[in-house]
Write a protein of this length. Structure first.
Length: 243
């Protein structure tokens, strides 16, 4: 009897969750890769500093995370779950890249200043109070708040009260955990190729974009994204093996 596409996919999912075979992971990523192109096209239209290939690479990283984390027992379609994780990865990238126009940045800074004035007066931070303070509509306030999501924390003052931490308190358990994690990451780096390692180090140590890494290494943006994601995937698997 010939199996339907849905039945074939279900068999692959069940086997992957049971055995965690790389070939099944690659098959699942291939089956749902069309989602990355779809979401990349949407976000490329909104970005000033990143190209569609950048977003494809980022979305694929989110897709890889989704494949590994998806729980078959939950009554949630994988496409819905994957889109959520891909969007989270893209938001993280956009915050880091700080892609807003100067006008949008000024509006977010104005919102931060208005928030601080209201807090100094003891007034609540609501859309209505901010609308009155800035003399704009509540819809505009909500749009500015959405823009604020795209800014890195260093770009603007925090809107609202910030949480203070006591630097005199030393968490020994946290220090030990960080030391252990550092050792495990060092070990995990041995499991990836020099090409993938270069892409990862340039991305996180030197804070370069995929495009900038490509210019330095003489690669296309999509090639950089592939090496970056492949390396992180292998590191993640090795970290599980090293536990």
């Amino acid at each position: 009897m010939t199996l339907t596409r849905e039945e074939i996919e279900k068999k692959i999912w069940i086997r992957f969750k049971d055995q965690h075979l790389d070939k099944d992971r690659e098959t699942l990523i291939s089956l749902y890769d069309h989602l990355t192109r779809r979401i990349a096209k949407i976000w490329a239209c909104k970005s000033r500093s990143a190209e569609e290939d950048d977003f494809v690479g980022i979305a694929r990283f989110g897709l890889l995370k989704a494949v590994d984390a998806y729980d078959l027992a939950r009554n949630v379609p994988f496409e819905t779950f994957a889109r959520r994780l891909m969007t989270i990865e893209i938001f993280a990238f956009l915050r880091k890249e700080d892609v807003l126009s100067p006008y949008s940045r000024r509006r977010v800074n104005a919102l931060a200043n208005a928030s601080n004035r209201l807090l100094a007066q003891g007034s609540p931070l609501t859309s209505a109070s901010l609308s009155s303070e800035m003399k704009v509509s509540e819809d505009q306030i909500n749009k500015i708040r959405r823009d604020a999501l795209f800014l890195s924390p260093s770009s603007i003052d925090l809107i609202g009260e910030s949480e203070m931490t006591d630097s005199s308190v030393i968490d020994i358990d946290k220090i030990a955990l960080q030391s252990e994690l550092r050792d495990r990451l060092t070990q995990a780096f041995k499991y990836i190729s020099p090409e993938d390692r270069d892409a990862i180090l340039l991305r996180y140590r030197e804070n370069l974009t995929y495009r900038e890494i490509g210019e330095r290494l003489g690669l296309k943006t999509s090639q950089v994204a592939y090496r970056h994601n492949r390396g992180l995937s292998r590191m993640r698997r090795s970290l599980f093996d090293l536990r």
